[in-house]
Design a protein around this ligand. Structure first.
Ligand code: S3P
Length: 460
């Protein structure tokens, strides 16, 4: 057993988090930059790429498919990822199994790419990813002509037998999911004609923005008689041209530092260069409804995405109702919102969270179980999560189970900062999938994190 395997991270009550942090690059944008660069002709130069495990697995997969993906470091230590692509439809059959690790985004978007190439590829992932549903992309991509072989429930490992001549179609997605939308649009790139995805509610539009940036014809329109729905159409067989991409800081990573500052006394934390795509900012809106002292400055557009700097200060929070309609714009932020809710005064009801059941873990259960173990009342009523706030410090004194889920891990470490007794997590390795420098950044701000012997392994 290694030393680290016998230790866990414990987060203890802290005061005065201060400083400024440049959070790592956006995970969604990073995956897309590597994949679309691989489908473009010429050179794509990416700065700010997230070097987390999920994205590194996508880089490896694109190499296995014949794209050149290299990391360059300049004299000042600045990093640029350079992708030389093979053109739409030009990727090669991989000679190895594509291991997408923990990443649903990597796996599902790549299914769209593979489905529209005349190749056979096998994809797998870690235990979390192997348990997640792939039907949601297998079904529409099958309609376009791809074939899939998998074990029960269309879960990974999955063999994709692609087609070089996918059928363009109009697909009405039953779920508001940017991953489904993107997989179908990526397959549509190789189709002769226009492919349309109708999503029941607008989801993050990084795919649309970036495909346009690479030269594709992509349109988004509202849908008559379907309030809130969006129809996104890509015209097939474009010449994608290699481009420069600036990846903004990830608002989903910034979320942990923001909530940490809000719930920790005497704190003021600045987050620089954070992506503010309007389909990603539901958490910021919700925290403001809760009374958060959260300011956005320096708003600008960089690389086709809105960005800005955020300043979060300690705040007295109150419980709110978060409507289901807001879920697509903050789908990854409910774990950390639940931690803010645990410290707030009154009840917070988060509605329409069925999709949280199929994320990196069953997040509804992981949040509820973890909070209950910290003596915070939390219940699940259908798709609604209800947290009874403690109006200040939560009791704590628990070790939360992470279930291979980076966002559950970071959320409970954040909660420990405002708890009477420390909170630990049973596994910190998952954090590296999206935010490898999280522990270092938090410690620099003043978080009281320490490694201690795992009580489970050391007790009798
Ligand atoms: C993502 C979309 C979301 C999100 C995931 C990243 C993306 O999933 O949860 O972390 O990059 O497209 P769904 O669109 O399936 O909800």
């Amino acid at each position: 057993m290694t030393e680290s395997a016998a230790q866990i991270i414990l987060s203890a009550r802290s005061t005065g988090l201060t400083g400024s942090v440049r959070v790592p690059g956006d995970k969604s944008v990073s995956h897309r930059a590597l994949m679309f660069g691989g489908l473009a002709i010429g050179e794509t130069r990416i700065t700010g790429l997230l070097e987390g495990e999920d994205v590194m697995n996508t880089a490896k997969a694109m190499r296995a498919l014949g794209a050149s993906v290299e990391r360059e470091v300049d004299a000042d230590g600045g990093t640029t990822w350079v992708v030389r692509g093979r053109g739409v439809g030009g990727l090669l059959e991989p000679g190895e199994v594509l291991d997408m690790g923990n990443s649903g985004t990597g796996a599902r978007l790549l299914c769209g790419v593979l489905a529209s190439h005349p190749i056979t590829a096998v994809m797998t992932g870690d235990a979390s990813l192997r348990s997640r549903p792939m039907d949601r992309v297998v079904a529409p991509l099958g309609l376009m002509g791809a074939r899939f072989e998998s074990r029960d429930g269309n879960r990974l490992p999955l063999t994709v037998i692609g087609t070089g001549d996918p059928v363009p179609m109009v697909y009405e997605s039953p779920v508001a999911s940017a991953q489904i939308k993107s997989a179908v649009l990526l397959a549509g790139l190789q189709a002769k004609g226009a492919t349309t995805v109708i999503e029941p509610a607008a989801t993050r539009d990084h795919t649309e923005r970036m495909l346009r940036h690479f030269g594709a014809d992509v349109r988004s329109e509202t849908v008559a008689d379907q309030p809130g729905a969006v129809a996104v159409t890509v015209v097939g067989q474009p010449e994608l041209e290699g481009s420069n991409i600036v990846v903004p800081g990830d608002p989903s990573s910034a979320a942990f530092l923001i909530v940490a500052a809000l719930i920790t006394a005497d704190s003021e934390v600045s987050l620089l260069n954070v992506g503010l795509n309007p389909h990603r900012t539901g958490l910021f809106e919700t925290l403001k409804d809760m009374g958060a002292d959260l300011a956005i400055a320096n708003e600008r557009v960089e690389g086709g995405e809105p960005v800005g700097d955020l300043v979060a200060r300690s705040s007295k929070l109150r419980g709110v109702v978060v409507p289901a309609a807001r879920a697509p714009s903050m789908i990854d932020e409910y774990p950390v919102l639940a931690m803010a809710a645990a410290c707030a005064e009154g009840e917070t009801r988060m509605e329409g969270l069925g999709e949280l059941r199929v994320k990196e873990s069953d997040r509804l259960s992981a949040i509820a179980d973890g909070l209950n173990s910290c003596d915070v009342m939390c219940e699940i009523d259908g798709d609604t999560l209800i947290v009874s706030g403690c109006a200040g410090a939560v009791p704590g004194d628990a070790v939360a189970q992470v279930h291979l889920d980076h966002r559950i891990a970071m959320s409970f470490l954040v909660l420990g900062l405002a708890s009477e007794q420390p909170i630990g997590i049973d596994d910190d390795e998952a954090i590296a999938t999206s935010y490898p420098s999280f522990l270092a950044d938090m410690t620099t701000l003043g978080a009281n994190f320490k490694k201690v012997a795992d009580p489970k392994r050391t007790s009798g």
